[in-house]
Design a protein around this ligand. Structure first.
Ligand code: 5GP
Ligand code: ZN
Length: 112
């Protein structure tokens, strides 16, 4: 499902440009526009749902697929020395785009 007013759905549709580093039928990975680390990628599910708690069976499969595909994508993007995955959930976490995505942060030693 695609949501008309969602920034990440627009990126998935190609209506907003992005610097893509990986794409298949389940996910798109592109560079964050405001990087919070030397390398900051966003892995975005090719299905619009806001939160983990809203994921249906397909969404749960997508999240699992993404999590276990990320190590390969991380290595291909120079993150052999480690990286951090972040999934913000809701306002207190500072979530700003309500389309499930996984931040991939690295390229340097990250502060906690
Ligand atoms: P959240 O705060 O929802 O977990 O993360 C949203 C992320 O999306 C932020 O790190 C923000 O910089 C990034 N972002 C928002 N709009 C765009 C955009 O149009 N293009 C790209 N590449 N990143 C975006
Ligand atoms: Zn969306």
């Amino acid at each position: 499902m695609i949501e008309n007013n969602c920034v990440f759905c627009k990126i998935l549709k190609g209506e907003i440009p992005s610097v893509k580093v990986f794409e298949d039928d389940k996910m798109l990975v592109f560079k964050d526009i405001e990087p919070k680390a030397k390398v900051h990628l966003l892995a975005v599910a090719k299905d619009h749902f806001k939160l983990l708690e809203e994921a249906d069976e397909k969404g749960r499969g997508l999240v699992s697929y993404m999590l276990f595909k990320i190590p390969q994508i991380a290595k291909e993007n120079g993150l052999e020395n480690g990286y951090r995955l972040v999934i913000n959930q809701g306002d207190d976490a500072g979530q700003t785009v309500f389309h499930l995505h996984i931040h991939i942060l690295g390229g340097e030693t990250l502060p906690w």
